[in-house]
Design a protein around this ligand. Structure first.
Ligand SMILES: Nc1ncnc2c1ncn2[C@@H]1O[C@H](COP(=O)(O)OP(=O)(O)O)[C@@H](O)[C@H]1O
Ligand SMILES: [Mg+2]
Length: 413
């Protein structure tokens, strides 16, 4: 592996810190349909996209329509103690349904599901809700979360997913409490998430995920990673087009600098975000840490100088790993992250290449336990205290400040 991010390939810090947000605009239902995509083959995304109407999307045989009452019963009236998580879009509750009839079941019996309830009224967020039904209703892959059903009733918008018992990667990396993730599990999670993105990017009708981040990577009981939250997913460029021009949406700290600056979206924007998550896995630090000041606030800016220096890399490694990682494997992963984070999108690797490199990390010669000589000689904790404080999962704000007009004018949603 070579080509670390040199001085000529720096991340544009001037733009990487600007206000990327997940926006919820009031849109009429009909205007939300123009960019939605249809994949007629249910098991993969290999057919050409055709726009689908709301009725077509919702009548898709893959997802079950639920009444609001059914989901109210399934979640015990959305009881606060069954809250699994909160994102910019909604609150997610644990629920139970009958595995055969899919009707509400007694808590503790039947199939466990996760029910996302939109925070806002039926206009705000409707588009993202429909986009999620559209994509997850059609795309099936072991590294994408399964959508079981939806509810559209009055102002209510809900989604019903398979339950992911280990929650989000964000919870494991940054919350105190759960056992710290081992090196092997971190590599496994990175590989699973990379497979999910590969599937989307390499489909004949390419899908750009657009909101790749630790809170959108869910984990099953064996730490298999699945991408969830397809509200911002977007059809990739078609024909001779090199990019999709769109309103800038996503999450601050994860979004690629050129996308933030120009609104031009490509699959390489996802690759950048993947690089940020890879850094989070290595360092145990959040993409943006508001408890820190200056350069330390932004993970990419902070970590960059250490990524390609074999002798200094240990300084950014998660102290929760307690030195239990193979030095060579960590260096390979750090080099890969720096390649994903190149400021020039074109020279970032494709997700298939990223995946191939990550799979090498699982090979016995790179995955072994560290020998004594590979342990860091200086305790990183002393020099770089990287204690995390849990903050609510609300880095996506519906009321985020609007972006400069040049970024908004190219909206094609
Ligand atoms: N299927 C699921 N199983 C378990 N937890 C989930 C599931 N879906 C979401 N969550 C939890 O809820 C959080 C928010 O979910 P997400 O789909 O990202 O919502 P939003 O669209 O509001 O960002 C996740 O980070 C995770 O902690
Ligand atoms: Mg989310």
């Amino acid at each position: 592996m070579g080509n670390c991010m040199g001085s000529s390939a720096k991340v544009d810090t001037a733009t990487s810190g600007s206000g990327v947000s997940r926006n919820y605009s009031k849109t009429s239902h009909s205007s939300t349909l123009s960019s939605l995509t249809h994949f007629s083959e249910k098991s993969n995304a290999s057919s050409l996209p055709t726009p689908r109407s709301e009725g077509e999307i919702l009548s898709s045989s893959n997802v079950k329509p639920f009444t609001f009452n059914e989901l109210k019963n399934a979640t015990r009236n959305f009881r606060p103690d069954s809250l699994l998580g909160e994102g910019g879009f909604g609150y997610v509750f644990k629920g139970w349904i009958d595995e055969h009839t899919l009707s509400a079941a007694k808590p503790g019996s039947g199939l466990v599901v996760a029910v996302k309830k939109l925070k806002f009224d039926g206009f705000q967020g409707h588009k993202e809700w429909l986009t999620e039904v559209n994509y997850l209703g059609q795309l099936h892959h072991q590294n994408l979360v399964k959508l079981i059903g939806y509810c559209l009733e009055g102002e209510n918008r809900l989604l019903v997913y398979e339950f992911m018992p280990k929650g989000s990667l964000e919870n494991h990396l940054f919350r105190r409490g759960p056992q710290p993730l081992s090196w092997a599990i971190r590599v496994k999670v990175a590989i699973g998430a990379a497979r999910g993105l590969c599937f989307l990017h390499d489909a004949k009708s390419q899908v750009i995920y657009r909101d790749f981040k630790a809170s959108n990577i869910l984990l099953d009981a064996e730490f298999n990673a699945k991408l969830s939250d397809f509200g911002l997913a977007k059809e990739g460029p078609t024909g001779d087009r090199t990019h999709v021009s769109t309103r800038v949406m996503g999450t601050h700290g994860y979004a690629a600098p050129e996308y933030v600056a120009t609104g031009r979206l490509t699959a390489k924007s996802d690759v950048y975000s993947f690089g940020v998550v890879l850094l989070e896995l290595l360092s145990g630090r959040r993409a943006v840490d508001n408890t820190k000041v200056g350069i330390d606030q932004n993970l990419v800016d902070w970590a960059k100088p250490y990524l390609c220096d074999k002798r200094k890399l240990f300084r950014i490694m998660d102290t929760k790993l307690e030195g239990q990682y193979p030095k060579k494997g960590a260096y390979m992963a750090a080099t890969l992250a720096s390649q994903c984070l190149r400021s020039e999108a074109k020279v970032r690797p494709r997700m298939a290449e990223v995946l191939a490199t990550l799979e090498e990390l699982e090979a016995p010669k790179n995955a072994g336990r560290p020998s004594q000589s590979e342990q860091p000689t200086v305790a990183p904790l002393r020099k770089f205290p990287i204690r995390q404080h849990y903050t609510a999962l609300r880095n996506l704000t519906p009321n985020a400040s609007s972006l400069p007009s040049h970024q908004q004018s190219s909206r094609v949603h």
